[in-house]
Design a protein around this ligand. Structure first.
Ligand SMILES: NC(=O)c1ccc[n+]([C@@H]2O[C@H](COP(=O)([O-])OP(=O)(O)OC[C@H]3O[C@@H](n4cnc5c(N)ncnc54)[C@H](OP(=O)(O)O)[C@@H]3O)[C@@H](O)[C@H]2O)c1
Length: 374
């Protein structure tokens, strides 16, 4: 009998899942394209460039822990791209753990990151497995930038930013609005502190000097990634997203106000359709493939210590393609048993920040510049 294909993409019919498939094929890794609708999975896989040379199978699965566990058994890595993760993540994590698989996802929701680190991390560690989250454009790029900055001894304070031009998908927009019902945190003096709701701030994009309106963006993953790293006392991140109308900060603030005034008392089964309606008013259908000449982003980290400053700036293009590559690269390293520990590991810690950066540079998707003053 042939060996089971080692990697499962759960959510392969989505915008991101198909890109994970594209890059797994580049790394020559056999995979299972899994999701809830076999016909859609096949239709989407047929559009993946070069798919005729990929070693893959399709698996339709309901989202129950039992069905997912039996699909994952005998595999090595689960790439989970089914969001919003606060709703659908726990079942997949539980199934991966039961089946003895490493787990990585593309979540951008801070409350999910906290649960991965604090609740799931120790369980995966006890089983000798890796669990990682935000193995995606947000927040692998800033994770790389932060770890480059931390190479300078004495840095203890990380200020991170992102200015992103992308084409938010249905899942991404739902996830963006799903987090407004959760508290957001930043790191100050080694303690996670709660933001008082959505915080808006003007930020200056490095090098270009452009000033843009940014939000604390649900807290982001970075304060969570570094909360137990004693090198880092303070950590905050702001995100500015470019869209045609330039109205994202306003939309997010309006949604938060609406939630606080009208919807926070609703039970989840009634709340989700309301939140999804808000999301659908911004993105109602799957966007076209990104254009590398258009969908450019800048991610950066400025680090401070008493007598040192360091900064790493990553210029990149096509955030969803980056996510496909970062997922496939991490899966490749997990399949090949060349990763840096067990339990919770941030994406750049999991595979090494310089190596992850090199993988992105090798595909022409990103480039880093570094500055020091000490
Ligand atoms: N942090 C980052 O940088 C980053 C980057 C990319 C993606 N993401 C996140 O990844 C997630 C997916 O994004 P996307 O762009 O792929 O969105 P998408 O195109 O809307 O795809 C969503 C996927 O999830 C599946 N799905 C949705 N609800 C489901 C359910 N109840 N049960 C089973 N499957 C379900 C969909 O299946 P059907 O096709 O059958 O509907 C589809 O495969 C989002 O949460 C997004 O925020 C984050």
């Amino acid at each position: 009998m042939s060996k089971p294909r080692p990697v499962v993409i759960y959510g392969a019919s989505g915008y991101t899942g198909r890109l994970v498939a594209e890059y797994l094929r580049e790394y020559n890794i056999p995979f299972v394209a899994a999701g809830r609708n076999k016909a859609k999975l096949q239709e989407v896989m047929n559009t993946v460039p070069g798919i005729e040379t990929a070693d893959y199978e399709i698996a339709e699965v309901d989202g129950s822990v039992e069905a997912l566990t039996s699909l994952f058994e005998g595999r090595k890595v689960v790439c989970n791209t089914v969001g919003p993760f606060l709703r659908y993540g726990p079942q997949v994590l539980e199934a991966a753990l039961r089946a003895g698989c490493h787990y990585i996802d593309t979540a951008g929701e801070q409350a999910h990151h906290l649960s991965v680190v604090d609740d799931w991390g120790p369980k995966f560690a006890a089983a000798g497995l890796v669990v990682s989250t935000a193995v995606s454009m947000q927040y692998a790029l800033t994770d790389i930038a932060a770890r480059i900055v931390l190479e300078t001894p004495g840095i203890d304070t990380l200020e991170l930013g992102e200015y992103v031009a992308n084409v938010p998908t249905i899942g991404s927009t739902q996830s963006m609005f799903d987090v407004i019902r959760k508290d957001a945190y930043y790191l100050e003096d080694n303690v996670l502190k709660k933001y008082n709701g959505i915080l808006q701030q003007e930020i200056t994009v490095p090098v270009s000097g452009q000033v843009v309106t940014a939000l604390n963006w649900g807290g982001t993953a970075l304060p969570v990634f570094f909360k137990d790293d004693r090198r880092v006392r303070n950590c905050r991140m702001f995100v500015a997203m470019k869209n045609e109308k330039g109205d994202i900060p306003q939309r997010v603030r309006e949604a938060e106000r609406m939630f606080k005034v009208m919807f926070q008392w609703l039970p989840e089964d009634k709340l989700y359709p309301v939140l999804d309606q808000v999301a659908a008013s911004m993105t109602s259908s799957t966007p076209p493939r990104e254009n590398r000449q258009v969908h450019r982003s800048v991610d950066w980290c400025t680090g401070r210590g008493n007598n040192v400053t360091a900064r790493a700036v990553i210029h990149s293009t096509s955030g969803y393609q980056i996510t496909g590559l970062v997922q496939a690269y991490a899966a490749m390293r997990l399949v090949g048993n060349t990763y840096n520990g067990v339990g919770f590991l941030s994406p750049a810690h999991l595979v090494g920040h310089r190596e992850l950066m090199a993988a992105l540079e090798a595909y022409g998707l990103a480039r880093v510049t570094e500055e020091f003053a000490s």
